[in-house]
Design a protein around this ligand. Structure first.
Ligand code: RP5
Length: 152
C-alpha cells in the first residue's frame, strides 16, 4: 500500500481489537493507514514525536482511541493542527463513561471530534468524509456505500 494518509493511534495493545474495526473500514475504501500504539502517560515522548511529525509525514486525519482517563486524543490534538477523531474505549470499572467524558470534554480551542463508545467504525467513516471534501471519487464511494446500507 502507498504511504499512509490516516493514522490510527491507541493507548494500549488492549485497545487493538476495537481500533482494528476502523482499519477494516479504511481497507474497504482502499485508503492507506498506519496503526500505532502509544500511551500518552506511559510513552509521552513517543506520543509527542508522533503528533508533532504526523503532518509532515503526509497524514491528513488522526483517529485516536483510548480508555479510562483517555487523554491520548487530546494530547495528540494539542500538538498538531490535523483533525483528531477520538474513540472512547470501554475498559476499566466505568465501562467507557470515563473515556467518553474525557474525550468529548476537551476545553475550547483544541477540539477532538468524538464518536460513540467503542465506535471505531464511525471514526473511520468520519475520517473518510473529511478526506472526501477534496476527493470526488471518494465521495462517490461513500454515496454508493450508503445506498448499499439502505438496500438501494
Ligand atoms: C488506556 O488505559 C488505554 O487506552 C486502555 O484503554 C486502558 C487500559 O490499558 P491497559 O492497562 O490494558 O494497557 O491508557
Amino acid at each position: 500500500m502507498s504511504n499512509p494518509i490516516i493514522s490510527i493511534i491507541m493507548g494500549s495493545e488492549s485497545d487493538r481489537p476495537i481500533m482494528e474495526k476502523a482499519g477494516t473500514i479504511l481497507n474497504e475504501f482502499e485508503l492507506p493507514f498506519e496503526i500505532i500504539v502509544s500511551s500518552a502517560h506511559r510513552m509521552p515522548a513517543k506520543t509527542t514525536e508522533f503528533a508533532a511529525t504526523a503532518k509532515e509525514r503526509g497524514i491528513k486525519v488522526i483517529i485516536a482511541g483510548a480508555g479510562m482517563a483517555a487523554h491520548l486524543p487530546g494530547v495528540v490534538a494539542a500538538q498538531t493542527t490535523l483533525p483528531v477523531i477520538g474513540v472512547p474505549i470501554a475498559s476499566g470499572a466505568l465501562h467507557g463513561i470515563d473515556a467518553l467524558y474525557s474525550i468529548v470534554q476537551m476545553p475550547s480551542g483544541v477540539p477532538v471530534a468524538t464518536v460513540g463508545v467503542d465506535n471505531a467504525k464511525n471514526a473511520a467513516f468520519l475520517a473518510i468524509q473529511m478526506l472526501a471534501l477534496s476527493d470526488p471519487d471518494l465521495e462517490a464511494k461513500i454515496i454508493r456505500y450508503r445506498q448499499k446500507l439502505s438496500g438501494v
